[in-house]
Design a protein around this ligand. Sequence first.
Ligand SMILES: [Zn+2]
Length: 498
Amino acid sequence: MGHASTRSVALIGLSAHVVDVEADAVPGDAELHLVGLPEMSVWPARARIRAAILNSGTAWPDMRITVSVTPMIPPIYDAAADLALAVALLAAPGAIPPERITGRVFLGELALDGGIRPVRGVLPMVAAAVRAGISRVVVPADCARDAAQVPGAVVMPVTQLADVVDQLRQGTLRDHHNQEPEPAPSSSLAVDLADVPGNQAARRALEVCAAGGHYLFLSGDGPATMLAERLPGILPRLNHEAARQVAEIYSLAGQSHRAAGITPPLSAPHHSETPTAIFGSVAANRPGAVSLAHHGVLHLADAPEFTRPVLDGLCRPMDSGQVHLAGQGRSIRYPARFTLVLDARPCPCPEGREECACTPEPRRRYRARLALLLSRVAVRAPVKQEDRAAGTGEPSATVAARVLAARVRAAHRLAETPWRTNAEVPAPDLHTRFPVAPEAAELLRSAVTTGLVTADGLPRLLRVAWTLADLRGADRPQLDDAAGALELWKGADSDGTR
Ligand SMILES: [Zn+2]
Protein backbone atom coordinates (compact mmCIF):
# COMPACT_ATOMS: atom_id res chain seq x y z
CA MET A 1 0.00 0.00 0.00
CA GLY A 2 1.27 3.44 -0.81
CA HIS A 3 0.15 6.90 -1.77
CA ALA A 4 1.83 9.86 -3.44
CA SER A 5 0.64 13.18 -4.81
CA THR A 6 2.15 15.96 -6.87
CA ARG A 7 1.02 18.74 -9.21
CA SER A 8 0.94 19.59 -12.88
CA VAL A 9 -0.77 22.32 -14.92
CA ALA A 10 -3.49 22.02 -17.58
CA LEU A 11 -4.13 24.71 -20.18
CA ILE A 12 -7.36 25.73 -21.86
CA GLY A 13 -6.54 28.42 -24.33
CA LEU A 14 -4.25 30.68 -22.32
CA SER A 15 -5.85 29.97 -18.96
CA ALA A 16 -3.76 27.62 -16.88
CA HIS A 17 -5.10 25.50 -14.02
CA VAL A 18 -2.99 23.69 -11.45
CA VAL A 19 -4.09 20.06 -11.16
CA ASP A 20 -3.47 17.45 -8.46
CA VAL A 21 -1.94 14.17 -9.61
CA GLU A 22 -2.50 11.40 -7.06
CA ALA A 23 -1.33 7.81 -7.19
CA ASP A 24 -2.32 4.81 -5.07
CA ALA A 25 -0.47 1.50 -5.08
CA VAL A 26 -2.16 -1.71 -3.88
CA PRO A 27 -1.17 -5.37 -4.31
CA GLY A 28 -2.43 -6.77 -7.58
CA ASP A 29 -1.70 -6.91 -11.29
CA ALA A 30 1.23 -4.69 -12.36
CA GLU A 31 -1.04 -2.29 -14.22
CA LEU A 32 -1.57 1.43 -14.48
CA HIS A 33 -5.15 2.66 -14.21
CA LEU A 34 -5.90 6.26 -15.06
CA VAL A 35 -9.23 7.40 -13.69
CA GLY A 36 -11.48 10.27 -14.59
CA LEU A 37 -10.42 10.48 -18.22
CA PRO A 38 -11.96 9.25 -21.49
CA GLU A 39 -10.23 5.95 -22.37
CA MET A 40 -9.52 7.07 -25.95
CA SER A 41 -7.41 10.00 -24.80
CA VAL A 42 -5.60 7.99 -22.14
CA TRP A 43 -4.28 4.88 -23.81
CA PRO A 44 -1.43 6.60 -25.74
CA ALA A 45 -0.38 8.28 -22.48
CA ARG A 46 -0.38 4.98 -20.62
CA ALA A 47 1.75 3.32 -23.31
CA ARG A 48 4.13 6.29 -23.45
CA ILE A 49 4.64 6.46 -19.68
CA ARG A 50 5.20 2.71 -19.42
CA ALA A 51 7.78 2.70 -22.23
CA ALA A 52 9.54 5.77 -20.80
CA ILE A 53 9.85 4.20 -17.34
CA LEU A 54 11.10 0.85 -18.65
CA ASN A 55 13.55 2.51 -21.08
CA SER A 56 14.92 4.62 -18.23
CA GLY A 57 16.17 1.47 -16.54
CA THR A 58 13.60 1.81 -13.75
CA ALA A 59 11.67 -1.32 -12.74
CA TRP A 60 7.92 -1.13 -13.35
CA PRO A 61 6.28 -1.37 -9.89
CA ASP A 62 4.91 -4.85 -9.23
CA MET A 63 1.62 -3.45 -7.93
CA ARG A 64 -1.72 -2.25 -9.15
CA ILE A 65 -1.43 1.52 -9.44
CA THR A 66 -4.30 3.96 -9.86
CA VAL A 67 -3.54 7.53 -10.89
CA SER A 68 -6.07 10.33 -10.90
CA VAL A 69 -5.79 13.88 -12.18
CA THR A 70 -8.18 16.35 -10.56
CA PRO A 71 -9.80 18.47 -11.60
CA MET A 72 -9.42 17.16 -15.16
CA ILE A 73 -10.30 20.40 -16.83
CA PRO A 74 -9.97 19.72 -20.52
CA PRO A 75 -11.90 16.61 -21.51
CA ILE A 76 -8.81 15.32 -23.26
CA TYR A 77 -5.50 14.36 -21.69
CA ASP A 78 -2.68 16.90 -21.98
CA ALA A 79 0.73 15.25 -22.52
CA ALA A 80 2.37 18.01 -20.44
CA ALA A 81 1.19 15.99 -17.40
CA ASP A 82 3.21 12.86 -18.40
CA LEU A 83 6.16 13.64 -16.14
CA ALA A 84 3.92 14.32 -13.11
CA LEU A 85 2.08 11.03 -13.69
CA ALA A 86 5.35 9.09 -14.03
CA VAL A 87 6.87 10.41 -10.79
CA ALA A 88 3.59 9.94 -8.90
CA LEU A 89 3.18 6.34 -10.00
CA LEU A 90 6.80 5.58 -9.04
CA ALA A 91 6.45 7.35 -5.70
CA ALA A 92 3.22 5.58 -4.64
CA PRO A 93 4.90 2.14 -4.17
CA GLY A 94 8.01 3.85 -2.74
CA ALA A 95 10.37 3.69 -5.75
CA ILE A 96 10.86 7.45 -5.13
CA PRO A 97 10.41 9.02 -1.65
CA PRO A 98 6.86 10.42 -1.94
CA GLU A 99 7.65 13.53 0.14
CA ARG A 100 10.14 14.69 -2.51
CA ILE A 101 7.49 15.18 -5.18
CA THR A 102 4.95 17.08 -3.10
CA GLY A 103 5.12 20.86 -3.20
CA ARG A 104 6.45 20.81 -6.74
CA VAL A 105 4.92 21.14 -10.17
CA PHE A 106 6.16 18.74 -12.85
CA LEU A 107 5.77 19.63 -16.53
CA GLY A 108 6.95 17.62 -19.51
CA GLU A 109 5.90 15.16 -22.16
CA LEU A 110 7.70 11.81 -22.08
CA ALA A 111 9.31 10.29 -25.15
CA LEU A 112 9.27 6.49 -25.46
CA ASP A 113 13.03 6.39 -24.74
CA GLY A 114 12.59 8.23 -21.45
CA GLY A 115 13.60 11.65 -22.79
CA ILE A 116 11.61 14.67 -21.61
CA ARG A 117 10.18 16.70 -24.46
CA PRO A 118 9.48 20.42 -24.36
CA VAL A 119 5.86 21.50 -23.98
CA ARG A 120 4.17 24.59 -25.42
CA GLY A 121 2.79 27.21 -23.04
CA VAL A 122 5.35 26.86 -20.23
CA LEU A 123 5.15 30.59 -19.50
CA PRO A 124 1.40 30.67 -18.62
CA MET A 125 1.70 27.28 -16.88
CA VAL A 126 4.55 28.32 -14.59
CA ALA A 127 2.85 31.65 -13.92
CA ALA A 128 -0.26 29.75 -12.76
CA ALA A 129 1.84 27.51 -10.50
CA VAL A 130 3.49 30.53 -8.84
CA ARG A 131 0.08 32.23 -8.42
CA ALA A 132 -1.15 29.04 -6.72
CA GLY A 133 1.76 29.30 -4.28
CA ILE A 134 3.96 26.57 -5.79
CA SER A 135 7.21 28.17 -6.86
CA ARG A 136 9.29 25.03 -7.45
CA VAL A 137 8.72 23.84 -11.00
CA VAL A 138 10.41 20.96 -12.83
CA VAL A 139 10.39 21.70 -16.57
CA PRO A 140 11.96 20.31 -19.76
CA ALA A 141 15.42 21.90 -20.16
CA ASP A 142 14.40 23.45 -23.49
CA CYS A 143 11.67 25.40 -21.66
CA ALA A 144 13.81 26.55 -18.72
CA ARG A 145 14.53 30.00 -20.13
CA ASP A 146 10.80 30.63 -20.63
CA ALA A 147 9.95 29.37 -17.17
CA ALA A 148 12.66 31.49 -15.57
CA GLN A 149 10.98 34.65 -16.88
CA VAL A 150 8.18 34.19 -14.34
CA PRO A 151 8.98 36.26 -11.25
CA GLY A 152 9.25 34.05 -8.18
CA ALA A 153 9.65 30.76 -10.06
CA VAL A 154 12.37 28.36 -8.91
CA VAL A 155 13.09 26.34 -12.03
CA MET A 156 14.58 22.84 -12.21
CA PRO A 157 15.43 21.94 -15.82
CA VAL A 158 15.46 18.24 -16.72
CA THR A 159 16.18 16.23 -19.86
CA GLN A 160 15.79 12.52 -18.95
CA LEU A 161 13.31 10.67 -16.76
CA ALA A 162 16.21 8.48 -15.49
CA ASP A 163 17.97 11.61 -14.15
CA VAL A 164 14.78 12.90 -12.50
CA VAL A 165 14.26 9.55 -10.76
CA ASP A 166 17.92 9.37 -9.61
CA GLN A 167 17.92 12.94 -8.32
CA LEU A 168 14.62 12.52 -6.51
CA ARG A 169 15.93 9.35 -4.87
CA GLN A 170 19.14 11.08 -3.78
CA GLY A 171 17.46 14.38 -2.93
CA THR A 172 19.70 16.25 -5.37
CA LEU A 173 17.16 17.70 -7.85
CA ARG A 174 18.73 21.11 -8.27
CA ASP A 175 17.23 24.53 -8.64
CA HIS A 176 18.26 26.55 -11.60
CA HIS A 177 19.29 30.09 -10.84
CA ASN A 178 16.91 32.37 -12.62
CA GLN A 179 18.60 34.39 -15.27
CA GLU A 180 17.57 37.67 -16.80
CA PRO A 181 15.69 36.97 -20.01
CA GLU A 182 17.87 37.65 -23.04
CA PRO A 183 17.01 40.84 -24.85
CA ALA A 184 14.71 39.59 -27.61
CA PRO A 185 15.78 40.18 -31.19
CA SER A 186 13.49 43.01 -32.25
CA SER A 187 13.63 43.23 -36.01
CA SER A 188 10.94 45.90 -36.04
CA LEU A 189 13.26 48.31 -34.25
CA ALA A 190 16.06 47.72 -36.73
CA VAL A 191 13.92 49.17 -39.52
CA ASP A 192 13.06 52.86 -39.79
CA LEU A 193 10.49 54.93 -41.65
CA ALA A 194 13.34 57.07 -42.96
CA ASP A 195 14.23 54.09 -45.22
CA VAL A 196 10.95 54.34 -47.17
CA PRO A 197 11.29 56.54 -50.27
CA GLY A 198 8.46 58.99 -51.07
CA ASN A 199 4.91 57.80 -50.38
CA GLN A 200 3.97 60.75 -48.18
CA ALA A 201 0.24 59.90 -48.23
CA ALA A 202 0.87 56.32 -47.10
CA ARG A 203 3.19 57.51 -44.31
CA ARG A 204 0.55 59.89 -43.06
CA ALA A 205 -2.07 57.11 -43.18
CA LEU A 206 0.27 54.83 -41.22
CA GLU A 207 0.71 57.51 -38.55
CA VAL A 208 -3.06 58.06 -38.25
CA CYS A 209 -3.66 54.31 -37.88
CA ALA A 210 -0.94 54.03 -35.23
CA ALA A 211 -2.42 56.96 -33.29
CA GLY A 212 -6.04 55.77 -33.37
CA GLY A 213 -5.78 52.00 -33.78
CA HIS A 214 -7.57 52.14 -37.14
CA TYR A 215 -7.33 49.51 -39.89
CA LEU A 216 -5.34 50.45 -43.00
CA PHE A 217 -5.60 49.49 -46.65
CA LEU A 218 -2.63 50.19 -48.91
CA SER A 219 -3.31 49.94 -52.63
CA GLY A 220 -0.72 49.86 -55.38
CA ASP A 221 2.58 48.27 -56.32
CA GLY A 222 4.71 50.27 -53.88
CA PRO A 223 6.54 49.39 -50.63
CA ALA A 224 3.51 48.23 -48.61
CA THR A 225 5.51 45.58 -46.77
CA MET A 226 8.22 48.10 -45.83
CA LEU A 227 5.55 50.36 -44.36
CA ALA A 228 3.76 47.57 -42.48
CA GLU A 229 7.07 46.36 -40.99
CA ARG A 230 7.67 49.87 -39.65
CA LEU A 231 4.28 50.21 -37.96
CA PRO A 232 5.31 48.40 -34.71
CA GLY A 233 8.19 50.87 -34.40
CA ILE A 234 5.84 53.89 -34.24
CA LEU A 235 3.25 52.27 -31.95
CA PRO A 236 3.60 52.92 -28.20
CA ARG A 237 5.77 50.39 -26.36
CA LEU A 238 3.84 47.63 -24.64
CA ASN A 239 3.22 48.08 -20.93
CA HIS A 240 4.16 45.29 -18.53
CA GLU A 241 0.76 43.56 -18.66
CA ALA A 242 0.52 43.67 -22.47
CA ALA A 243 4.10 42.38 -22.84
CA ARG A 244 3.26 39.50 -20.49
CA GLN A 245 0.17 38.58 -22.54
CA VAL A 246 2.16 38.66 -25.78
CA ALA A 247 4.92 36.50 -24.27
CA GLU A 248 2.33 33.95 -23.06
CA ILE A 249 0.69 33.74 -26.50
CA TYR A 250 4.08 33.15 -28.17
CA SER A 251 4.93 30.55 -25.50
CA LEU A 252 1.70 28.70 -26.25
CA ALA A 253 2.46 28.88 -29.97
CA GLY A 254 5.92 27.36 -29.33
CA GLN A 255 7.57 30.55 -30.63
CA SER A 256 8.99 32.09 -27.47
CA HIS A 257 12.08 33.17 -29.38
CA ARG A 258 9.94 35.55 -31.43
CA ALA A 259 8.19 37.40 -28.59
CA ALA A 260 9.81 40.79 -28.89
CA GLY A 261 9.67 42.24 -25.38
CA ILE A 262 8.16 45.70 -25.26
CA THR A 263 7.96 46.23 -29.03
CA PRO A 264 4.46 45.46 -30.32
CA PRO A 265 4.58 42.23 -32.34
CA LEU A 266 4.22 41.98 -36.11
CA SER A 267 2.46 38.93 -37.52
CA ALA A 268 2.57 38.65 -41.30
CA PRO A 269 1.22 35.26 -42.44
CA HIS A 270 1.66 34.20 -46.07
CA HIS A 271 -1.48 33.98 -48.19
CA SER A 272 -1.00 30.22 -48.60
CA GLU A 273 -1.52 29.62 -44.86
CA THR A 274 -4.47 27.44 -43.78
CA PRO A 275 -7.35 28.80 -41.67
CA THR A 276 -5.90 26.77 -38.75
CA ALA A 277 -2.55 28.56 -39.06
CA ILE A 278 -4.34 31.92 -39.20
CA PHE A 279 -6.96 31.43 -36.46
CA GLY A 280 -5.51 28.64 -34.32
CA SER A 281 -6.37 25.06 -33.42
CA VAL A 282 -8.69 23.93 -30.65
CA ALA A 283 -7.43 20.33 -30.90
CA ALA A 284 -3.78 21.32 -30.47
CA ASN A 285 -4.53 24.34 -28.23
CA ARG A 286 -2.35 26.47 -30.47
CA PRO A 287 -3.05 30.14 -31.24
CA GLY A 288 -2.82 31.31 -34.86
CA ALA A 289 -1.34 34.28 -36.71
CA VAL A 290 -4.15 36.67 -35.67
CA SER A 291 -3.38 36.05 -31.99
CA LEU A 292 0.36 36.40 -32.59
CA ALA A 293 -0.62 39.93 -33.71
CA HIS A 294 -2.38 40.70 -30.38
CA HIS A 295 -1.36 44.18 -29.11
CA GLY A 296 0.54 44.61 -32.37
CA VAL A 297 0.16 44.51 -36.13
CA LEU A 298 -1.42 41.97 -38.48
CA HIS A 299 -0.18 42.45 -42.04
CA LEU A 300 -1.84 40.65 -44.93
CA ALA A 301 0.35 41.21 -47.98
CA ASP A 302 -1.40 40.63 -51.32
CA ALA A 303 -4.61 40.31 -49.32
CA PRO A 304 -6.89 39.19 -52.21
CA GLU A 305 -4.69 36.09 -52.59
CA PHE A 306 -5.78 34.74 -49.17
CA THR A 307 -8.42 32.01 -49.24
CA ARG A 308 -12.10 32.80 -48.85
CA PRO A 309 -12.41 31.15 -45.37
CA VAL A 310 -9.50 33.26 -44.12
CA LEU A 311 -10.81 36.54 -45.56
CA ASP A 312 -14.34 35.93 -44.25
CA GLY A 313 -13.12 34.55 -40.93
CA LEU A 314 -11.11 37.70 -40.19
CA CYS A 315 -14.26 39.75 -39.69
CA ARG A 316 -14.97 38.26 -36.26
CA PRO A 317 -11.62 38.99 -34.63
CA MET A 318 -11.70 42.44 -36.27
CA ASP A 319 -15.07 43.14 -34.66
CA SER A 320 -14.55 41.44 -31.29
CA GLY A 321 -10.79 41.49 -30.61
CA GLN A 322 -10.71 37.75 -30.05
CA VAL A 323 -10.90 34.36 -31.74
CA HIS A 324 -13.45 31.83 -30.57
CA LEU A 325 -12.78 28.19 -31.50
CA ALA A 326 -14.94 25.22 -30.55
CA GLY A 327 -14.58 21.48 -31.06
CA GLN A 328 -13.74 18.21 -29.31
CA GLY A 329 -16.04 19.11 -26.44
CA ARG A 330 -14.30 22.32 -25.53
CA SER A 331 -14.31 25.93 -26.46
CA ILE A 332 -11.31 28.23 -26.48
CA ARG A 333 -10.90 32.00 -26.84
CA TYR A 334 -7.62 33.56 -27.82
CA PRO A 335 -7.11 37.33 -27.68
CA ALA A 336 -6.65 38.95 -31.11
CA ARG A 337 -6.82 42.75 -30.95
CA PHE A 338 -4.50 44.11 -33.60
CA THR A 339 -3.95 46.97 -36.00
CA LEU A 340 -4.65 45.49 -39.43
CA VAL A 341 -2.71 46.43 -42.55
CA LEU A 342 -4.03 45.01 -45.81
CA ASP A 343 -2.40 45.59 -49.13
CA ALA A 344 -3.32 44.72 -52.68
CA ARG A 345 -1.78 45.27 -56.06
CA PRO A 346 -4.08 46.93 -58.57
CA CYS A 347 -4.37 43.82 -60.75
CA PRO A 348 -4.05 40.03 -60.28
CA CYS A 349 -1.90 39.66 -63.41
CA PRO A 350 1.84 38.94 -63.01
CA GLU A 351 2.65 42.56 -63.76
CA GLY A 352 0.24 43.73 -61.05
CA ARG A 353 0.73 47.39 -61.91
CA GLU A 354 -1.54 50.37 -62.62
CA GLU A 355 -0.27 50.51 -66.21
CA CYS A 356 -0.88 46.86 -67.20
CA ALA A 357 -3.07 46.11 -70.20
CA CYS A 358 -5.79 44.13 -68.40
CA THR A 359 -9.48 44.98 -68.63
CA PRO A 360 -11.31 46.49 -65.61
CA GLU A 361 -13.34 43.32 -64.89
CA PRO A 362 -10.57 41.07 -63.49
CA ARG A 363 -9.34 44.02 -61.46
CA ARG A 364 -12.80 44.60 -60.05
CA ARG A 365 -13.28 40.92 -59.17
CA TYR A 366 -9.86 40.81 -57.54
CA ARG A 367 -10.62 43.79 -55.29
CA ALA A 368 -14.16 42.53 -54.60
CA ARG A 369 -12.64 39.62 -52.66
CA LEU A 370 -11.80 42.15 -49.97
CA ALA A 371 -15.25 43.78 -49.83
CA LEU A 372 -16.15 42.45 -46.36
CA LEU A 373 -12.82 43.46 -44.86
CA LEU A 374 -12.72 46.84 -46.58
CA SER A 375 -16.14 47.69 -45.16
CA ARG A 376 -14.35 47.69 -41.78
CA VAL A 377 -11.39 49.77 -42.93
CA ALA A 378 -11.46 53.53 -42.39
CA VAL A 379 -8.07 54.57 -43.78
CA ARG A 380 -6.82 53.99 -47.30
CA ALA A 381 -3.72 55.21 -49.10
CA PRO A 382 -1.87 54.58 -52.34
CA VAL A 383 1.57 52.99 -52.31
CA LYS A 384 3.77 53.78 -55.31
CA GLN A 385 7.20 52.79 -56.46
CA GLU A 386 9.06 56.02 -55.89
CA ASP A 387 12.75 56.74 -55.63
CA ARG A 388 14.70 58.91 -53.25
CA ALA A 389 14.06 61.91 -55.50
CA ALA A 390 10.48 61.85 -54.17
CA GLY A 391 12.00 62.64 -50.78
CA THR A 392 12.57 60.58 -47.69
CA GLY A 393 10.39 61.12 -44.70
CA GLU A 394 10.87 61.59 -41.03
CA PRO A 395 12.53 58.89 -38.94
CA SER A 396 10.33 56.53 -36.92
CA ALA A 397 11.27 58.17 -33.60
CA THR A 398 9.79 61.54 -34.69
CA VAL A 399 6.54 59.96 -35.85
CA ALA A 400 6.36 57.73 -32.76
CA ALA A 401 6.53 60.83 -30.52
CA ARG A 402 3.47 62.35 -32.24
CA VAL A 403 1.63 59.01 -32.09
CA LEU A 404 2.33 58.72 -28.38
CA ALA A 405 1.13 62.27 -27.69
CA ALA A 406 -2.10 61.59 -29.59
CA ARG A 407 -2.63 58.30 -27.77
CA VAL A 408 -2.10 59.95 -24.39
CA ARG A 409 -4.69 62.61 -25.31
CA ALA A 410 -7.20 59.92 -26.37
CA ALA A 411 -6.51 57.76 -23.31
CA HIS A 412 -7.10 60.79 -21.07
CA ARG A 413 -10.46 61.48 -22.74
CA LEU A 414 -11.41 57.77 -22.54
CA ALA A 415 -10.14 57.35 -18.97
CA GLU A 416 -13.58 56.59 -17.51
CA THR A 417 -14.45 54.13 -20.30
CA PRO A 418 -13.36 50.56 -21.15
CA TRP A 419 -11.71 51.82 -24.40
CA ARG A 420 -8.18 53.08 -24.94
CA THR A 421 -8.08 54.05 -28.62
CA ASN A 422 -10.51 55.92 -30.84
CA ALA A 423 -11.02 52.84 -33.01
CA GLU A 424 -12.58 50.99 -30.05
CA VAL A 425 -15.31 53.51 -29.22
CA PRO A 426 -18.75 52.05 -30.10
CA ALA A 427 -20.93 53.98 -32.56
CA PRO A 428 -23.68 55.03 -30.09
CA ASP A 429 -21.12 56.53 -27.70
CA LEU A 430 -19.53 58.52 -30.52
CA HIS A 431 -22.80 60.36 -30.94
CA THR A 432 -23.83 60.73 -27.31
CA ARG A 433 -20.57 61.18 -25.41
CA PHE A 434 -18.06 62.46 -27.94
CA PRO A 435 -19.78 64.92 -30.31
CA VAL A 436 -17.65 66.63 -32.97
CA ALA A 437 -17.94 70.33 -33.92
CA PRO A 438 -21.28 71.09 -35.70
CA GLU A 439 -19.63 71.97 -39.05
CA ALA A 440 -17.61 68.74 -38.94
CA ALA A 441 -20.75 66.71 -38.21
CA GLU A 442 -22.55 68.49 -41.05
CA LEU A 443 -19.78 67.68 -43.58
CA LEU A 444 -19.76 64.00 -42.65
CA ARG A 445 -23.57 63.77 -42.71
CA SER A 446 -23.62 65.24 -46.21
CA ALA A 447 -21.08 62.61 -47.29
CA VAL A 448 -23.63 60.00 -46.23
CA THR A 449 -26.58 61.72 -47.92
CA THR A 450 -24.68 62.02 -51.19
CA GLY A 451 -23.81 58.32 -51.04
CA LEU A 452 -20.05 58.86 -50.79
CA VAL A 453 -20.07 57.06 -47.45
CA THR A 454 -22.46 54.37 -46.24
CA ALA A 455 -24.34 54.87 -42.97
CA ASP A 456 -22.15 52.08 -41.51
CA GLY A 457 -19.09 54.04 -42.54
CA LEU A 458 -20.04 57.18 -40.63
CA PRO A 459 -18.80 56.00 -37.19
CA ARG A 460 -15.49 54.98 -38.77
CA LEU A 461 -15.09 58.48 -40.18
CA LEU A 462 -15.92 60.03 -36.82
CA ARG A 463 -13.26 57.90 -35.10
CA VAL A 464 -10.62 58.94 -37.63
CA ALA A 465 -11.67 62.60 -37.24
CA TRP A 466 -11.05 62.25 -33.49
CA THR A 467 -7.59 60.81 -34.17
CA LEU A 468 -6.74 63.71 -36.49
CA ALA A 469 -7.82 66.12 -33.73
CA ASP A 470 -5.68 64.21 -31.20
CA LEU A 471 -2.67 64.36 -33.54
CA ARG A 472 -2.87 68.15 -33.74
CA GLY A 473 -3.58 68.49 -30.03
CA ALA A 474 -7.13 69.84 -30.42
CA ASP A 475 -9.99 69.36 -27.97
CA ARG A 476 -12.44 68.04 -30.53
CA PRO A 477 -12.66 67.48 -34.30
CA GLN A 478 -13.29 70.59 -36.39
CA LEU A 479 -14.20 70.93 -40.07
CA ASP A 480 -10.60 70.29 -41.21
CA ASP A 481 -10.45 67.04 -39.26
CA ALA A 482 -13.69 65.84 -40.85
CA ALA A 483 -12.36 66.77 -44.29
CA GLY A 484 -9.11 64.96 -43.51
CA ALA A 485 -11.02 61.85 -42.42
CA LEU A 486 -12.95 61.94 -45.71
CA GLU A 487 -9.70 62.17 -47.69
CA LEU A 488 -8.29 59.17 -45.83
CA TRP A 489 -11.57 57.30 -46.40
CA LYS A 490 -11.37 57.87 -50.16
CA GLY A 491 -7.67 57.04 -50.18
CA ALA A 492 -6.36 55.23 -53.22
CA ASP A 493 -9.55 53.93 -54.72
CA SER A 494 -9.59 55.99 -57.89
CA ASP A 495 -11.06 53.02 -59.77
CA GLY A 496 -14.26 53.18 -57.72
CA THR A 497 -14.19 49.57 -56.52
CA ARG A 498 -14.48 50.22 -52.80
ZN1 LIG B 1 -3.09 43.34 -65.13
